[in-house]
Design a protein around this ligand. Structure first.
Ligand code: DGP
Ligand code: NA
Ligand code: NA
Length: 218
């Protein structure tokens, strides 16, 4: 469904992948690259832990709050909804948004816990559709080799909920079920530089097609 035809809008670029697939460092690098080119862009991430809803999610993730699976699922979704209209304004004003996780994380992580796949998708309907999904592909076993220093910074391996190998394997299966042929699958085991190079190519192609009038959809 078309929201509005715009002759020059920003692109909605989504990075997805398992925990520790490198999304955060790669998206930060992408932003500096775009800034260097003078391309208006912002880096967003979900969950956005700065809002009230985001603080509830953050408290849940650090095991300070207990919530049932359905409730936390809807909070993650609400956290995207509360940014939806700002997102649309930014895109229409020509700003490209690079987003570290979006609805696909919402469905993949919750359905990996055992919630019904279609039920998980329902509250995501009506959010803006990404112009491109960049999937950083790592074998879940890679989680076993996270450098000790990084694990320590994060409060130890498995410090947050979800960061266990068996669970990440299920998440990967769900991502595969969500995947469509338009996704760009990037081998995240390549060097940091090579991954970045491939991401930049996809991003620049996507920004060009949005500038050329590709409509925003939901
Ligand atoms: P991050 O801040 O990207 O490290 O994400 C925190 C954790 O929450 C991570 O294990 C992935 C998971 N997660 C992110 N978004 C969602 C979501 O929308 N729903 C569910 N169930 N989990 C999510
Ligand atoms: Na994470
Ligand atoms: Na993977």
């Amino acid at each position: 469904k078309k929201v509005k035809l715009s002759s020059s809008r920003g692109a909605l670029i989504v990075l997805e992948g398992l925990d520790r697939s490198g999304k955060t460092s790669q998206s930060t690098k992408l932003l500096s690259y775009m800034e260097g080119l003078g391309c208006p862009a912002e880096l967003w991430r979900f969950p956005d832990r700065n809002t009230n809803v985001g603080q509830m999610i953050s408290s849940y993730l650090s095991n300070q709050t207990q919530l049932d699976d359905q409730t936390i699922h809807l909070l993650y979704s609400a956290n995207r909804w509360e940014k939806r209209y700002l997102m649309e304004d930014k895109l229409k004003s020509g700003t490209t948004l690079v987003i570290d996780r979006y609805s696909y994380s919402g469905v993949a992580f919750s359905s990996a816990k055992g919630l019904d796949f279609e039920w998980c998708k329902a509250p995501e309907k009506g959010l803006l559709a990404p112009d491109v999904v960049l999937y950083l592909d790592i074998p879940p076993e890679t989680l076993l080799y996270v450098p000790l220093q990084k694990a320590a910074e994060r409060g130890g391996y498995g410090g947050e909920r979800y960061e266990r190998l068996d669970f990440q394997k299920k998440v990967e299966e769900k991502y595969q079920a969500l995947r469509d042929p338009s996704w760009k699958i990037i081998d995240a085991c390549l060097s940091m530089e090579e991954v970045q190079k491939q991401l930049r190519e996809h991003v620049m192609d996507c920004i060009t097609s949005c500038k050329n009038g590709k409509p925003l959809s939901q």
